[in-house]
Design a protein around this ligand. Structure first.
Ligand code: ZN
Length: 419
């Protein structure tokens, strides 16, 4: 894998984005990059819709009288100098739990479970030292947040976790699903499930989170189901950081590779492909995802499949990972989807290998019995620059002894160790 700066140069050469000339931490999305960004948002939105979530869009301005109702909140929120005519004290949305809760509170007869999501931008203060283009920035766009209000929080939290597992399968990203320890959960959450990736050169990158917020918002917003019981609340978010991670993990050398769900062109055809076959391919994957192969153009951002026809009339599909599949022209339609699925599968296998030994460093994950005390494990980890705390395993609590202090085990800590 390239260095991060080298990766930004590659993505810029591929026409995906470039650094803003007035501030290198900001990016300007190019036309091809915008197509990829829309595919990312559309794919995630489709996953939530398929799981019973209804899409809405809330205002970006949050009045203080609404934000201050929340028991504890994400702290790094931008305050607007002028506010609104109706609300002089006003903030830019960093997350929208209070708005979603207020919406449910205004519903005279809320159905349960109520599953909602929005695709938007959020704005958070970032320290200049930690900012990275696309990965950690003040304007987070896209940001897809989903909320559930129900009588069965654990079930709904698990439902959201399974949606994200499906999303990361489609992005061909091997993520590690961990539970954050109590001192590192989202404000008001009884549990935060995080999807982490250990990217060589970047360390642990959190690409999505699911929070079980219990009844904390229901208490202050008086959210009750038809049976009078307080509603349970789960929230989750995934951002362009997951998109950036996919571009970084799958690309390298002089090529940008994307999983099929993010590929503007799925099939590129060479001049040897006759019109009838082009139409058959278009019927299979959609006309907007098929284009002519331009031999003269830089091929840094490649379609997953390139197709040509041999002089003896066979169709050869070559994937961007170098695999060739030869089939009769008449049966191309039946083979395109399986070849695309095979390409994604190989991209996932390749990503696992690249994450484990990128940049010449081999990284492995170690599980340690842990009492859960910050003072116990964290100082030891901090002393070792090659170790990084990732979170805790989601497995049931075990009855061992803490590896460090010998007291009762509360968690199984996951550490990334570079060797
Ligand atoms: Zn201990």
């Amino acid at each position: 894998m390239r260095s991060l700066d080298g990766m930004y140069d590659l993505l810029s050469d591929a026409g995906i984005f470039r650094r803003a000339p007035w501030r290198p931490l900001d990016v300007v999305w190019s036309e091809k990059g915008l197509m990829i960004k829309r595919l990312f948002t559309d794919m995630i939105s489709a996953e939530f819709r398929a799981n019973g979530y209804e899409e809405i869009l809330l205002p970006a301005f949050i009045p203080d009288r609404l934000l201050s109702v929340e028991p504890a909140h994400y702290r790094d929120v931008h305050r607007l100098s002028y506010g609104l005519a109706s609300d002089p004290e006003c903030y830019l949305r960093a997350t929208s739990e209070c708005q979603f809760a207020a919406l449910i509170a205004a519903d005279p007869a809320p159905t349960s479970p109520r599953r909602l999501f929005q695709a938007c931008a959020v704005y958070r203060r970032e320290s200049p030292d930690e900012s990275l283009p696309m990965l950690r920035c003040a304007e987070i766009d896209p940001f897809i947040e989903a909320m559930t209000f129900s009588g069965t929080s654990p079930t709904e939290t698990e439902r959201q976790v399974s949606v994200y597992e499906s999303i990361f399968r489609r992005l061909c990203l091997p993520v590690d699903v961990v539970v954050r320890p109590p001192w590192d959960t989202f404000p008001e959450a009884t549990q935060t499930v995080a999807f982490d990736m250990l990217i060589p050169g970047l360390g642990v990158v959190q690409v999505a989170t699911v929070h079980d917020l219990g009844t904390s918002f229901a208490r202050v917003f008086a959210l009750r189901g038809r049976d009078g019981a307080l509603l349970q609340h789960s929230s989750s978010g995934i951002s362009g950081r997951a998109l950036a991670s996919a571009l970084i993990v799958h690309s390298g050398g002089d090529r940008v590779l994307t999983p099929t769900c993010l590929s503007p062109t799925l099939v590129a055809y060479e001049p040897s492909v006759p019109e009838g076959l082009r139409e058959a391919v278009s019927r299979c994957v959609g006309a907007s995802r098929v284009s002519a192969w331009d031999a003269g153009a830089p091929s840094v951002c490649q379609a997953p499949i390139r197709i040509r026809v041999t002089p003896d009339g066979a169709a050869v599909m070559t994937t961007a990972l170098g695999k060739h599949v030869t089939v009769p022209c008449r049966s191309v339609e039946h083979h395109i989807r399986p070849v695309l699925a095979d390409y994604d599968e190989h991209l996932t296998t390749r990503a696992k290998r690249r994450l484990a030994c990128g940049n010449g460093a081999h990284v492995f994950v170690a599980d340690l019995p842990w009492c859960g005390q910050v003072t116990c494990l964290m100082p030891q980890v901090a002393r070792h620059p090659r170790k990084q705390f990732m979170g805790c395993r989601r497995s049931p609590r075990q009855r061992g002894k803490c590896r460090h202090c010998g007291s009762g085990q509360q968690y199984t800590a996951r550490l990334a160790v570079a060797v």
